[in-house]
Design a protein around this ligand. Structure first.
Ligand code: 6PG
Length: 260
């Protein structure tokens, strides 16, 4: 697995280089496959990425062959302002014109939330054609975009993660975290995320510098109780940071650093 840190001066430039990476990965995969699976995250930072993709990459990718998934969702309906799906629907979906059947959203409005998680796992099993299998396929998603919270959470995997054997779940219901929005969540687990071909963290803002340091210091091991430090990928794991999040020390991290 290649680990790389990409640093750009500001969030716009950071989201731009990530949008380029997504388009490049999609083009490469769609040369050999009839579909490309892209996992999105929520929170605030992705809004700029979604605008960049919608404004600058409509013709670079055959979006009719792209399937969208979510790393996690809050237990709210799609019209709720804190809906992760809602964020993408506001900025990304209309301009790209993906077929409805290719938009695999987590039904945050479903109750109990465990049912939303079970339904999403069934959706993944059907997408990968592994309805009956115990384990996720060796290769799950083509490209996953994740964020990081100041506490080291990613998707809706909140610290401290048990350090023992990872849970066998593919998709998990999550109790309300202490961080806002303090509502139940549904999240992909590391078992599914870490079998993805490429994973990209998008992290911007000086408030994230501390957690970036903790995760990227030393031999990339970082603090294993931090969910974001436990993320891996089959071929490439990249951190897309703006200078404020990267801070001075982080750029001396694990592997190649492209500052652009
Ligand atoms: C969520 C996200 C979460 C997010 C981080 C960073 O549903 O909250 O998926 O994991 O990526 O909290 O969020 P910001 O980009 O808002 O800092």
């Amino acid at each position: 697995m290649i680990r790389e840190t990409v640093v750009r001066p500001d969030p716009e430039a950071t989201c731009r280089v990530l949008a380029e990476a997504i388009a490049e990965a999609a083009q490469t995969v769609l040369e050999r496959s009839d579909r490309f699976s892209l996992v999105l995250s929520g929170g605030h930072t992705p809004e700029t990425l979604f605008r960049q993709l919608a404004e600058g990459f409509r013709s670079e990718v055959d979006w009719t062959r792209v399937h969208l998934f979510w790393a996690d969702e809050r237990a709210v309906g799609p019209d709720d302002p804190s809906s992760n799906f809602g964020l993408a629907r506001r900025w990304l979906l209309p301009p790209l014109g993906l077929p409805d059947a290719h938009v695999h959203r987590i039904h945050g409005e479903r109750r109990p939330v465990a049912r939303a998680a079970a339904e999403y796992e069934a959706e993944l099993r059907s997408y990968w054609g592994v309805e009956g299998s115990k384990d996720p396929p060796a290769s799950t998603f083509d490209f996953v975009v994740l964020g990081v919270g100041p506490d080291g959470h990613t998707a809706s995997l909140f610290p401290p993660l048990p350090t023992g054997r990872p849970s066998r779940e593919w998709v998990a219901p999550v109790a309300p975290p202490t961080l806002p929005p303090a509502v139940e969540r549904v999240t992909l687990t590391l078992r599914v995320i870490n079998r993805s071909d490429e994973v990209a963290f998008l992290v911007c803002g000086s408030e994230k510098q501390g957690i970036v340091q903790r995760i990227l210091r030393g031999r990339n091991r970082g603090d294993q109780r931090l969910p974001a430090a436990r993320v891996g990928a089959r071929s490439r794991l990249r951190w897309f940071l703006d200078a404020a999040a990267a801070g001075p020390a982080a750029v001396g991290g694990p592997s190649r650093v492209a500052t652009g």
